[in-house]
Design a protein around this ligand. Structure first.
Ligand SMILES: O=C(O)[C@@H](O)[C@H](O)[C@H](O)CO
Ligand SMILES: [Mg+2]
Length: 404
């Protein structure tokens, strides 16, 4: 069997997605997600100009060799652009192998370790009543674990709430530049424990609650927040310190028993080495799409599992249904599964990417279709071309840039 075509499809059914479609001489196709939010076209070029020509003529079954060839063979290793491109190839080849076998991918990863996959959803609000309504709306959709993000008194923007207008009064952005949001760490640290106290009082002790600090805190600030949140029994505190600094989490860990999760912007296992070896975290948060694919994610989970650390694959809306499907096959198969982030996609996105996976009563399942279980509607994808779009940036009240 040989690869005869490798096509990159960019589509924006509401937001941008980059998909690699690999075709074999037998007419089998495999899909991989290469979406890198806000830098999509860099990965498109990497794949089209530098990777696709190397794939033609290769045996699609040699997945590990293709991965090593693209990773070691480029000489320039790691980084989100490279690893998103390699991820798309890896997932497309796993999709092909599983389709040829006539099996859903999870069967090739060891088979199901569980019957269903617990998901968490995102509740947001600028006030407590808004947050309570948001939690109730998620519970009505079936969610049984919920991330809580809150506006902070004195700040105009609410992290996680989509806006197209900058807080600094600059010309309204037409998404050609990032929106500017505002941030004040001291106000946030004073307020967030009160939010979790109120949510616990409203919804009781049983509902698993999560919170994302989005890399905005120094180690000592994160340590304080972890301690202040202990009475409210969080499932985890996510991304409390900047992701580049593994040692920062040692200080946080020494001060709090609030469980810690990190990794959505990590690209390789080396970003986790100290964190896993020294048991400084409880959950690894990488996305299949940004970590080089299913192959390195399986290795990461096996390594983390030796230290009792669990999986929690990144799954916001900017992971396409292709990336989500790949995540769900891993979730079902690995023993040390923790939880899966799942926001779902728009109806239009679900039409462009028809998928076998399901969400019922707060639990996901990848489905039984051979491969990863996603089919791309090329015509509908082409009808919704790329549109520039960016995540926001944060500025402090003195105007300086802060982590978003
Ligand atoms: O945990 C999450 O889902 C967030 O941190 C998102 O990944 C981020 O806002 C970019 O979309
Ligand atoms: Mg996050």
């Amino acid at each position: 069997m040989k690869i005869v075509d490798a096509k990159v499809v960019v589509t924006s059914p509401g937001r941008n997605f980059v998909t690699l479609q690999v075709t074999t001489d037998d007419g089998v196709t495999g899909l991989g997600d290469a979406t890198l939010n806000g830098r999509e076209l860099a990965v498109v070029s990497y794949l089209r100009d530098h990777v696709a020509p190397l794939l033609i003529g290769r045996d699609p079954h040699r997945i590990e060799d293709a991965w090593q060839y693209l990773y070691r063979g480029a000489y320039w290793r790691r980084g989100p652009v490279t690893m998103a491109a390699i991820a798309a190839v890896d997932v497309a080849l796993w999709d092909i192998k599983a389709k040829v076998a006539g099996l859903p991918l999870y069967q090739l990863l060891g088979g199901a370790s569980r019957d269903r996959i617990r998901a968490y959803g995102h509740a947001n609000g600028s006030s407590l009543p808004e947050i309570f309504d948001s939690v109730r709306a998620l519970q009505e959709r079936g969610y049984q674990a919920i991330r809580i993000q809150s506006g902070v008194p004195g700040l105009k923007s609410v992290y996680g709430v989509h806006t197209t207008t900058s807080v600094d009064g600059s010309a309204p952005d037409v998404l050609a530049r990032p929106v500017v949001e505002d941030w004040d760490t001291a106000a946030y640290l004073r307020y967030i424990p009160r939010v979790f106290e109120a949510v616990r009082n409203e919804f009781g002790p049983d509902l698993p609650l999560l919170h994302d600090a989005h890399h905005r805190l120094s180690p000592i600030e994160a340590a304080r927040l972890g301690k202040d949140l202990e009475p409210y029994d969080l499932f985890w505190l996510e991304d409390c310190t900047p992701a580049e600094d593994q040692e920062a989490l040692r200080l946080v860990r020494q001060h709090t028993t609030t469980p810690l999760a990190i990794g959505e912007v990590f690209n390789t296992v080396f970003d986790y080495q100290t964190l896993i070896d020294d048991r400084l975290i409880d959950y690894v948060r990488s996305a299949v799409t940004h970590f080089g694919g299913v192959s390195p994610m399986k290795k990461l989970f096996d390594y983390a599992g030796q230290r009792g650390i669990k999986s929690a694959i990144h799954g916001p809306e900017d992971i396409s249904p292709v990336g989500m499907a790949a995540a769900l096959h891993l979730d079902l198969a690995v023993h040390n599964f923790g939880i899966q982030e799942y926001s779902g996609h728009t109806d239009l996105t679900n039409e462009v990417f028809r998928h076998a996976y399901t969400f019922d009563d707060g639990y996901l399942h990848p489905g039984e279709a051979p491969g990863i279980g996603v089919e791309l509607d090329d015509e509908l994808a082409a009808a919704h071309p790329y549109e520039p779009g960016y995540l926001p940036v944060n500025r402090l009240q003195d105007g300086s840039v802060h982590d978003w």
